[in-house]
Design a protein around this ligand. Structure first.
Ligand code: ADP
Ligand code: MG
Length: 716
């Protein structure tokens, strides 16, 4: 902080402020507080002065320049650069220097208004200005003068009137302006800034109505953004003004503040549609950000009382502050939006990087699992062909279903990591799914509870008759999770109810228990991933997975619960069915016997495929590995080749090309755990005709055999 020059003994300002100097010996703390206040005022003053279009200088009590305003610097940007701290004397042309300085030092000068008459500046000695000056007194201490230059008398008077008048009045106006400016500048939210502007402007000048228009840059129209108005608010807010239209439009176009004291008879004024004609006075000033008009503040005083020039000046100062606040708020908004976008992008990047890593891992695991499941599924289906014992068959069917569900689970992992593109929905009867789930979970609600000496009764009310489109395995997972949660919630036993019904075009499933229920806090978080109250036993994933699956089925899942009253989960699906792919009649005809070559580098898969083909009546030769496959094909013309894709050294692509180069008409079937990631175009270009995804069922193999047969018949 600058030392207060007013304290120096021989300072002329000390004479002017002689009777205001506080008595010596006052507490240092008070001095400090006063100094801090002065510094704050100084900062605010700089901003305020910049908003005034006339050249102005704030001069310290030591007659050195404290702050020049922007307009003053612009008078001569070179000569006026770095003015701060320069003696006022330096700035004045030599011929007027002494007389001006003498007036500052004249102890008989009346306080308040201080008219300095004509001055010339050293930088532009040919231009004569009318200078006016007022003193600013703070804490009973003269701290500075504000000097204002005007090219002609009338505007000099108008401008300085704001600052002139009794010391009291100047103080009050500045105080009001500062308070209001603070209120406006205090927010970074545009709506709050605008709202504060229209409310607070009355503290600076008394008016009946105030409207702030903002310029829509794209449409080039002024739109009311905030207003304080007694009547016809809707009419005013509906107003759209082109620059040049009405008083506010004129101000936006010219960038100059304007007073129109008899709006009824002013050709530029326009009547707001839907409001009565009344005598009123208007004062409008532009809101400018870096010399560009961004809006207009329009004040209205009803009746005869007009506005004075001094008020225009005040509102101009106020508008300068508001413009800065508006510009800040907009910048802040833009920055925040950019930041939000960045954060969003970043979290997406992190998410996708995670998924990519996971995807690569999952892809490999899925491939291996598909091979394993292919062996299990194939063997089971082969056994089912021959076994007749009912109990063994029942168990084999369970194994088969488990393998199919396992394949489905692998596919979901691939889908979760966006590897999977095929989404196959079928027409389902939810009742069948529910009965299956009840069977599947029987150990949990029957054997396990019995072991603990309690009993869980089940009630089944399946009344839905409409179909839904979906994936049975996924829906089984949803309801299995709900049933297991219900059983968990009844540690002392109770009743588990599974119900289905058709309601308003939806199929609704309810899973109800008479268990411990949930408090509102738990209830609010049940669908969050990893939320669990089951400590070690729970993963907290059951319901979030269920939620995802139900959403994918275009359904909704809701929950109702109260502590000690039990819980009810309601799942709704739209009634829907999927057009079944029509089966050609030929599917009933027996398959012709083809000579087939099967190649794979994994023995279990190789043999199960061989055996499945054999069971389907084919004449099969199996070869372990790609090289052996090519060797076999070169000796014997096979009708069709089944080959694994990923094999060391000679892979499926190599084999396919070898086959096509020797006998282009031989269909090649790729059997792969990567099936869903292959694209049609690539396949054809590489000599592959059909794909069988692993794990394959007997049905899959028979379907592809039928396609192969058709292809061979077409070629013949
Ligand atoms: P987990 O079962 O592994 O905890 P879920 O996502 O299936 O994860 O369930 C999350 C939580 O929701 C449970 O830990 C439990 O607090 C609550 N919850 C779910 N179903 C019920 C229910 N039927 N009755 C009471 N609480 C339940
Ligand atoms: Mg659970």
């Amino acid at each position: 902080m600058e030392p207060d020059a007013a304290q120096e003994p021989m300072d002329p300002a000390r004479m002017a402020a002689r009777d205001l100097t506080p008595a010596l010996g006052e507490s240092a703390a008070r001095e400090e507080a006063a100094a801090a206040r002065r510094a704050a005022l100084e900062d605010a003053m700089g901003v305020l002065l910049d908003a005034v279009p006339a050249p102005m200088l704030s001069i310290g009590a030591d007659l050195k320049v404290r702050v020049p305003n922007r307009a003053f610097v612009e008078l001569d940007p070179v000569a006026h650069a770095g003015l701060k701290g320069r003696p006022l004397a330096d700035l004045l042309a030599p011929e007027c220097r002494d007389s001006v300085l003498a007036r500052f030092c004249d102890p008989k000068m009346p306080r308040g208004e201080l008219l300095l008459d004509r001055v010339r500046l050293a930088s532009s000695p040919r231009t004569e200005f009318l200078a006016t000056c007022v003193e600013i007194v703070q804490d009973d201490l003269l701290t500075r003068w504000i000097l204002r230059l005007a090219p002609e008398t009338s505007s000099a008077r108008a401008g300085i009137r704001l600052l002139a008048g009794s010391e009291q009045a100047v103080q009050e106006r500045f105080a009001a302006l500062l308070a209001v400016s603070h209120a406006v500048v205090n927010s970074l939210d545009l709506d709050t800034v605008l709202d504060t502007m229209v409310r607070e402007v009355r503290k600076v000048v008394p008016v009946d109505e105030c409207t702030v228009f903002l310029l829509d840059e794209a449409e080039q129209v002024l739109k009311p953004a905030a207003c304080v108005i007694n009547e016809y608010r809707d009419e005013v807010m509906a107003l759209r003004l082109k620059p040049g239209e009405g008083i506010s439009g004129t101000v936006a176009l010219t960038g100059q503040g304007l007073i129109v004291n008899d709006a009824l008879n002013d050709p530029r004024a326009m009547q707001v549609p839907g409001t009565p004609e009344e005598r009123s006075a208007l004062l409008a000033v532009p809101l400018k950000v870096r010399d560009r008009v961004v809006g207009v503040i329009t004040l209205i005083r009803n009746g005869e009382a007009g506005f004075e020039d001094q008020e225009l000046e005040l509102v101009t100062l106020f508008a300068g502050q508001c413009s800065a606040a508006i510009s800040n708020a907009r910048l802040y908004e833009q920055t925040r939006a950019a930041y939000e976008e960045l954060r969003e992008t970043q979290s997406q990047l992190v998410q996708s990087a995670k998924l990519n890593a996971l995807g690569e891992m999952a892809g490999g695991v899925a491939h291996d699992f598909n091979n394993i499941l292919a062996a299990i599924l194939g063997r089971t289906q082969l056994l089912l062909q021959s076994v007749t014992d009912e109990e063994t068959r029942r168990q084999l069917l369970v194994v088969e279903q488990a393998a199919l569900d396992g394949a489905q689970a692998v596919r979901r992992v691939q889908e979760f990591t966006r590897l999977r593109q095929d989404e196959r929905f079928e027409t389902l009867d939810v009742n069948q799914v529910l009965l299956g789930v009840l069977e599947l979970t029987r150990p949990a609600w029957e054997a396990e509870t019995k072991r603990r000496g309690i009993s869980v009764a089940t009630a089944v009310e399946l009344r839905a008759v409409q179909p839904v489109a979906g994936n049975a395995s996924e829906l089984r997972e949803v309801f299995t999770n709900l049933v297991l949660n219900a059983v968990d919630a009844m540690p002392w036993g109770g009743t588990l109810t599974l119900a289905s019904a058709d309601e308003h075009g939806e199929v609704v499933v309810r899973v109800r228990d008479t268990g411990v229920g949930m408090d509102p806090e738990t209830l609010g978080r049940v669908f969050d991933p990893f939320f669990t109250t089951k400590a070690v036993k729970g993963t907290g994933l059951g319901l979030s997975v269920a939620y995802g699956i139900v959403t994918r089925h275009h359904g909704r899942i809701q929950v109702q619960s109260e502590p000690c009253q039990g819980t009810e989960f309601t799942v709704r699906f739209p009634v829907s069915s999927v057009a079944e792919a029509e089966c050609p009649d030929s599917s009933l005809e027996p398959l012709p016997r083809l000579r087939a070559l099967v190649v794979d580098d994994e023995e279990p898969v190789l043999h199960v495929m061989g055996d499945l083909l054999q069971a389907l009546g084919q004449d099969v030769r199996v070869e372990l590995g790609g090289a052996a496959g090519i060797e076999a094909f070169s000796h014997e013309p096979f009708d069709v080749v089944f080959t694994d894709l990923g094999m060391p050294e000679v892979n499926g692509w190599d084999l396919a090309l070898a086959v096509k180069s020797q006998r282009p008409g031989t269909p090649v079937v790729i059997v792969t755990g990567w099936g869903t990631q292959l694209e049609g175009g690539t396949l054809q270009a590489r000599g592959v005709d059909f794909v069988v995804p692993k794990p394959f069922s007997m049905e899959d193999v028979s379907r592809v055999l039928r396609q192969v047969t058709e292809r061979l018949a077409d070629a013949a």
